[in-house]
Design a binder for this molecule. Structure first.
Ligand code: GDP
Length: 395
């Protein structure tokens, strides 16, 4: 079996293990390194699960991806990550442009349960850091922090270890001040504060593909001094091998961000206005794959072969090929043609996807970003104003 086939098989298995799924977004102030981090996480994902890909295959994959200079513009990509000898499925949704803080960002946030907030170590928290954090907290999306561009603190600013520590502390304090300022519940304030000691903060260099976290330092014995020395000597490959970015960041995601089963229980009551006592409400709270289908579309893209592809979050039920769904605000039904996921730049058909996942489907011709597609009539996630034909009045 080829590498991709094995990976798809693994992804299909993991899709129904709700505890092993993380739906996440990466958010940042412009230029803080969101794109670089995303690309390196995706490149790293090819080698994550050793039983999926032999060394040779990984090399092929990595080189091929590097050659293509991956910047994946899919609305969502799925990755398998090995953590504590278990495989996990990470669905990463693209949070759109830094400048547009309108409906698109809210929508993307609504589809995920956790966010990796990237902050440039040199600049610290910036206005858009606050905006994206606000969006996340409003949608009940839990944050973890990645302090990026640490190589610049070492090689450009030539900070001493103590000065660097001070810098980290001040970035963490800035972020926590904002997080706790936006949360009312005292218990949740404590739980959602990021901290170096529990590993909900990681630091590193997205550009040079290495990162550090306290749990990783404890597990491997790698010291801060080693990092600084390697970095000063421009031994970034060495650092990448000892402390690979994707491993540290994705481990942090798995440890600290909630799975959909846990998250939907507290998120549905805050992100959806419908009646929680009604079937579909209960089923979404329970992330029930056997319930009615409730799918929120976050993005529409156009595939040259398959036509419109609707990406979104499935909160309950199971999406299957051939299924007919209602789209809020539109009469009649739309029939699903293909149900797929993005593996890197490729959309792969998987026939069906259960609740708790982010998924790409074709056939929902009348859906737009923000639509709710469902197997029964339900309160939509967003009320959408469809533009009707202009009424021409003749005087
Ligand atoms: P985005 O706007 O948040 O997506 O940021 P990009 O990923 O496009 O990065 C902005 C710039 O910062 C680019 O020139 C990157 O090469 C650079 N950059 C990103 N991460 C790092 C890093 O860890 N260290 C250094 N020195 N530069 C970085």
């Amino acid at each position: 079996m080829g590498r991709q086939k094995k990976m798809v098989k693994k992804v299909k298995e993991l899709m129904s293990e709700r505890e092993k799924i993380r739906n996440i977004g990466i958010v940042a102030h412009i230029d803080h390194g969101k794109t670089t981090l995303t690309d390196n996480l995706l490149a790293g994902a090819g080698m994550i699960s050793e039983d999926l890909a032999g060394e040779q295959l990984f090399m092929d994959f990595d080189e091929e991806e590097q050659e293509r200079g991956i910047t994946i513009d899919a609305a969502n990509v799925s990755m398998v990550h090995d953590f504590d000898n278990d495989n996990y499925l990470i669905n990463l949704i693209d949070t759109p442009g830094h400048v547009d803080f309108g409906g698109d960002v809210t929508r993307a946030m609504r589809a995920v349960d956790g966010a990796v907030v990237v902050v440039d170590a040199v600049e610290g928290s910036m206005p858009q850091t606050e905006t994206v954090l606000r969006q996340a907290i409003k949608e009940n999306v839990k944050p973890v922090l990645f302090i990026n561009k640490v190589d610049r603190l070492i090689n450009e600013l030539e900070l001493s270890p103590q000065e660097m520590q001070q810098k980290f502390i001040s970035v963490i304090e800035e972020v926590n001040e904002k997080v706790t300022g936006m949360i009312e519940d005292e218990e949740k304030k404590k739980e959602w504060k990021v901290s170096v000691n529990d590993g909900s903060v990681a630091f590193g260099s997205a550009l040079y593909n290495w990162a550090l976290s306290f749990p990783h330092m404890e597990e491997t014995g790698i010291s801060f001094k080693e990092i600084i020395d390697h970095c000063r000597n421009e031994e970034h490959l060495e650092l990448h091998k000892k402390s690979p970015l994707h491993q540290i960041v994705l481990n942090m995601v798995i440890r600290h961000l909630p799975n959909p089963l846990t998250a939907q229980e507290y998120r549905i009551p805050t992100i959806w206005d419908g009646d929680l006592e009604r079937d579909v409400g209960e089923q979404m709270v329970a992330c029930d794959p056997d319930g009615e289908t409730a799918f929120m579309v976050t993005d529409i893209s156009v595939d040259p072969h398959a036509g419109e592809v609707a990406t979104g979050r499935l909160f309950s039920g199971t999406l299957k090929e051939g299924m007919e769904l209602e789209i809020n605000g539109v009469p009649g039904k739309n029939r699903i043609q293909q149900v797929g996921i993005f593996m890197g730049p490729d959309r792969v058909d998987v026939n069906k996807v259960p609740a708790g996942n982010i998924v790409a489907v074709t056939g929902l011709k009348e859906a737009i970003a923000g639509s709710t597609a469902s197997s029964t009539e339900m309160t939509p996630f967003e009320s959408i104003k469809h533009i009707s034909e202009p009424v021409v009045t003749v005087a």
